[in-house]
Design a protein around this ligand. Sequence first.
Ligand code: F0G
Length: 439
Amino acid sequence: MSQAELSCFEAGCGARYPITEVLFNCRKCGSLLEVVYSKHGSDAAALKRTFRERRMSNAPLDASGVWRYRELFPFLEDYSYVTTLREGSTPLLDAPIAAAYGGLARIAFKHQGFNPTGSFKDNGMTCGVAQARRLGMRRVACVSTGNTSASMAAYAAAAGIEALIFLPHGNISFGKLAQALEYGARTFEVEANFDQILALVRVLAARLGIYLLNSVNPFRIEGQKSIVFEMLDQRDWIAPDWIVLPGGNLGNTSAFGKALREARAIGLIEKMPRLAIIQAEGAAPFYEFMRDHIDSSHGGAFRAVEKPETLATAIRIGDPVSWPKALREVRATDGVVEKVSEQEIADAKAQIGRCGIGCEPASAATLAGIRKLTAGGVIDRDADVVAVLTGNLLKDPDYIYRYHTGKAEAPGGARIESRYANRPVVVPNDADRIAELLR
Ligand code: F0G
């Protein structure tokens, strides 16, 4: 059994804490924490065999596309703490129409929208809630742009823990708000944006002894690593050239980089894929930071976007907590960061729909970014690319209806052109007239 510890992310500090400490930032320097494991002589070939054999098992842990890979995040000694809704096991889908639109010969979408609550958050939440149970926590809390809260509400309900959810009032999709209500979470709509509410929730968590399940919680990051492990397993452990994902609070970027470094270190893969992180133009602090970082030799300070704006409300975040980790992972993978406009997201999303696949707006930032990166010569036409669709199409039907009926407007009021609109047609109850239309 390998030893798991909490470790300060800041290389210069390196403070260590017991895995059972309730802690979200280093007590010495305030930096982010991560879960680290003492060396365990893993045999890559044996692990690959074990993961493959578990796909034939009906045991709940094996049927979970997260816990199937449990040797790669061995922070629990007792798996009876796990609450699983059979998360993960999401498909890797070919999408020729999207590939052509993105300027690629082929593309595969790893579709996290097939998860039990419809987003990639379930991969991390099953781990976060397991840790909460192990610690004996009775209440969990998060601020969310909608998906984290939907996921936390479901897992807390299944685990019999009270869920407290804090949302930016008026700025999350009804689909996501509806999930929190239906799963029975106590839901507060705060008159503030995501970044402001995160500060508020941290105060409340400390004051009331509530367990925080935002992505500052390092156990969520451990669970989200499984998205990469499962994708690699589905490709027989042949790493792609690129993995493309949207960037909001940058927890997923952190998880993907950590997963790739660890998979490489134990010999599960032979080469490192490059990460491409895509942000929405109106909420792109990480893009701006990286651009300045490259342009100036000294490297600028990280500057938050004070009033982030995008219709892709899932990534409407101006002050991403995990940016230092994301910076490390973009560097470790020779990655890139790109930004895309509201129009580009909307059009890319319609193209993903035309593949019979579909996704929510934030997820479509991936294809919009790929189109830009191939046009700019950063990604080759023949590259082997996996893009991660983070959320399900049905998360935000209002956005879809507006686009296809020509009523989409960007946050500043600028019109979004419905270039690939598929308008519904109103017809009389008259077979002759309808037949005429179809001739
Ligand atoms: N895509 C979707 C659908 C999301 O819900 C999120 C984040 C992201 C991408 C960005 O991921 O934050 O790890 O960079 N949603 C969070 C939430 C913030 O509260 O549901 P990230």
